[in-house]
Design a protein around this ligand. Structure first.
Ligand SMILES: Cc1ncc(COP(=O)(O)O)c(C=O)c1O
Length: 414
């Protein structure tokens, strides 16, 4: 991927119309991928603008090198330090690092004891892992439609989906925008349900002035390289109770007990460990997470200004008193009469990556086949899926690149 390990600790550029910083190497060297000096190439052949890119630098290299030199590549001190630093960052008593967000979701469902015969209410407008984790444990996912503004679970729809068999809710903070945690927690409490929060897209977001991860229910984060911060692959579960953390540590480590006996397995466990090389990357990323979030906020604000005057293109929902988004992706909604897929093709012709974020889970081939789900079941989610479009978005996106994206978008929707 573009710039992995190559770019130095140079903060990305900001401000409308600024030039790219020449000290940040670009894909394909100084002349771009197609061999033209920057700026002189035919427009369609200019360097492609990627959808996402991590921001890695010398600190990551330094901490990874220290792990390599220590020889402690797994279950070493970098992992412990990463868990402590992450827990502190999200104001949670404990955090258990795991090998992916999906692994974290799976363990949270297991920790809640959800299984065959139990219904778990979740959102259809999400990345598929937030619903798959329910299937892994043999429980039954039940979708409830989302709110048209926030695109997160609509608490009224959740209440309407409750049955005697409902045992849990998996809420997702989609596109980094916090779900309606208070209402969902109230429903969970009233009906004795487990509440699990998939904050894989939302590290750093705040609900009612408190960071996601600090509300007491298990909250899962993910660190794939398109996320706000990365460990390569990786994830974590924030939990309040020490015994939950201990169980998560055991389950992610083949069910080993903490007796110190390597070959004693007290639970049916998994190998969901995060290795220390990844943890070292995560530590360096956590050190600059505030800077990352601020820069992403600036990139989002600049898109907002550029897009304001475009007919047929709606910017993402702004923050309000209760919800402070952590910018994960920049997803616009195109007017109903526009053909989103044709717009994507036109952007692609200009070297601009885009994605149809996100397809509704109940319309995925596996889900249709297994559960007989289809169009019309969750109309708000389906409508969002049809009309939403993720634009290139990352910490190092230049103002010039953003202008190129929005110019191309303006032509594509005209
Ligand atoms: C909402 C959501 N849940 C879960 C995941 C899974 O995370 P991972 O790719 O680390 O397994 C993702 C990844 O993008 C996600 O966006």
């Amino acid at each position: 991927m573009e710039g992995v390990g190559g770019n130095r600790e140079v903060p990305p550029r900001s401000g409308l119309g600024e030039k790219a910083d020449p000290s940040v190497p670009e894909e394909g060297g100084p002349w771009g991928k197609h061999g033209f000096p920057d700026g002189s190439e035919p427009e369609a052949k200019r360097r492609e603008i990627a959808l996402s890119a991590p921001w890695l630098g010398e600190r990551e290299e330094e901490l990874v090198l220290a792990v390599l030199r220590s020889g402690r590549l797994s279950l070493g001190p970098a992992l412990d330090r990463f868990e402590l630093a992450l827990a502190a960052r999200v104001a949670s008593p404990h955090a258990a690092a795991v090998s992916s967000g999906t692994a974290g979701l799976h363990l949270a469902v297991r920790l809640a004891g959800l299984g065959p015969g139990d219904e778990v209410i979740t959102t259809p407008f999400s990345f598929v892992a937030s619903a798959n984790c329910i299937l892994y444990e043999g429980a039954t996912p039940v979708f409830a439609d989302v709110d048209p503004q926030t695109l997160n679970l609509d608490p009224n729809a959740v209440e309407a989906a409750l049955t005697e068999r409902t045992k849990g809710i998996v809420a997702v903070d989609i596109f980094g925008y916090p779900a309606e945690l208070e209402e969902l927690a109230r429903i969970a409490e009233e009906h004795g349900l487990a509440l699990i929060e998939d904050a894989c897209q939302a590290l750093g977001a705040e609900y009612r002035g408190r960071p996601l991860g600090s509300f007491g229910h298990p909250t899962i984060f993910a660190f794939y390289p398109n996320k706000q911060m990365t460990t390569g692959e990786g994830g974590a579960v924030a939990v309040a109770a020490e015994e939950d953390w201990e169980l998560l540590k055991s389950l992610s480590n083949q069910g080993r007990t903490d007796s110190g006996e390597w070959l004693t397995h007290g639970h049916l466990g998994f190998n969901y460990r995060l290795d220390d090389i990844s943890a070292a990357v995560g530590l360096a990323q956590l050190e600059k997470l505030d800077a990352i979030l601020e820069l992403r906020g600036e990139v989002a604000a600049r898109y907002g200004e550029l897009i304001e005057s475009l007919d047929g293109v709606e910017a993402p929902l702004p923050d309000d008193e209760d919800h402070r988004r952590s910018w994960f992706v920049y997803v616009v909604r195109l007017a109903d009469e526009l053909d989103r897929n044709a717009v994507m093709v036109r952007l692609g012709e200009q070297g601009i990556a885009s994605k149809p974020y996100l397809p509704s889970i109940h319309l995925q081939p596996y889900w249709r086949e297994r559960f007989g789900t289809g169009e019309g079941m969750y109309p708000v989610s389906e409508s969002a899926s049809r009309h939403s479009l993720a634009l290139p978005f990352h910490t190092r996106l230049t103002a010039g690149e953003q202008e190129r994206v929005v110019d191309a978008l303006a032509r594509a929707v005209a």
